[in-house]
Design a protein around this ligand. Structure first.
Ligand code: BMA
Length: 364
């Protein structure tokens, strides 16, 4: 067991969680964990085939990080907003953890005022659910459901499986009901702090690492504008996707380099773990995107992980199961021009996949 140089925001965090957190810091020089959303659940043209993985299909090895999504859990639904059944999700989480991988969870919660989805920005929703707000009691019921889900995640020895929890993400955007265009920094911080306090103290959930996650930002001040405080955050991260035609400009790699510079510097100051929480280029139409854009932008920045978004076709729903295959994906399949380039990323030695993650014994 390593020393506990880095303190988790939750001072009652479980031993396994504290060990993971400290190990993630100590392996920063060894490489970047490679993660993928919904990796074990489905890909292009398939769903729920035991042992199958999108990343393994592409490079022959499982990823080191597995991302899952809670949206609609707050409503008591059986399936998440992308049609993944929560009982299956719990098993996939256990599977990834037993392989030695790291688990991260996002939450596209519904708009608590209008009842529409996370992308409905009307109704001053944040103000309504913080203490004193008209929907505060309902929000506690939502958190009870989140707590119940988290408390169901246990490893073979009965230990809770640590989760990097990333609620209220992309707050510097303008598309979610918790984004900066529809709530003030004070309201956002209150929401975060209440959520942390309720899950930690009222519900006794002690296996979460809390990830703060803006989308765009051009300065440290902007990155920190909605930051809930060192006592409530473990991971500092951001999301950034490629759009457009990358062959005509160097925007993506330059912006990524700049933001990673800001991120790693501010994370060092606050002793938080720096990470690149969501990225990708939908359908990867540019053959050298992984090496010439993504890896170029990452350069020598030391970050804990990168996480690519989900593949294949489960559409947003309302908790009802609706399988609707689409071709949208972020990890290349054989016919994609970027397939070999992704393999180059895999063999570059800069990224950690399943085997190395297992060797590094992240939980010991
Ligand atoms: C988004 C898209 C949506 C999905 C949501 C939650 O970025 O992939 O289709 O519903 O994430 O997973």
């Amino acid at each position: 067991m390593l020393g506990q140089a880095y303190k988790t925001a939750n001072r009652k965090a479980s031993t396994t969680t504290v060990q993971l957190y400290n190990n993630l810091f100590s392996i920063l020089p060894k490489g970047i964990l490679f993660g993928h959303q919904d990796d074990l659940a489905y890909g292009l043209g398939w769903e729920y085939i035991p042992g199958k993985s999108v990343v393994q299909d592409a490079v022959g090895e499982y990823p080191a990080m597995y991302g899952w999504e809670l949206g609609d859990l707050e409503l008591g639904a059986i399936f998440n907003l992308d049609s993944v059944p929560f009982n299956k999700m719990k098993n996939f989480i256990k599977e990834g953890y037993e392989k030695g991988g790291v688990i991260t969870i996002s939450w596209h919660a519904n708009n608590p005022v209008t009842g529409k989805n996370a992308w409905d920005i009307s109704g001053n929703a944040v103000a309504a659910i913080i203490p004193g707000g008209s929907k505060h009691e309902m929000y506690k019921v939502w958190l009870d459901r989140v707590a119940n889900f988290m408390l169901d995640l246990k490893g073979q020895r009965g230990e809770y499986i640590p989760v990097i929890f990333r609620p209220f993400h992309e707050l510097t955007g303008n598309w979610f009901w918790w984004c900066q265009n529809v709530c003030t920094p004070e309201q956002y911080k209150k929401l975060w702090q209440f959520t942390f306090d309720y899950l930690t103290n009222a519900k006794q959930v002690h296996h979460l690492l809390w990830a703060y996650n803006p989308e765009k930002f051009e300065s440290e001040a902007q990155f920190m504008q909605y930051y809930p405080g060192d006592d409530f955050v473990d991971v500092m991260s951001f999301d950034f996707y490629q759009y457009g035609d990358p062959s005509t400009n160097t925007d993506f790699e330059q912006t990524l380099d700049k933001r990673l510079g800001i991120l790693t510097s501010v994370a060092r100051k606050h002793q938080k773990l720096p990470a690149f929480a969501e990225t990708g280029f939908m359908n990867i139409p540019y053959a050298e995107w992984f090496t010439k854009k993504l890896m170029k932008g990452i350069g020598n920045h030391q970050i804990s992980y990168i996480h690519l978004w989900r593949d294949g076709g489960l559409v947003n729903g309302t908790g009802k199961y609706r399988f609707a295959p689409s071709q949208d994906h972020f990890i290349p399949v054989g016919r994609d021009p970027s397939f070999m380039d992704f393999y180059k990323l895999y063999i570059s030695g800069k990224f950690i996949f399943e085997k190395k993650a297992r060797e590094l014994k992240l939980y010991k």
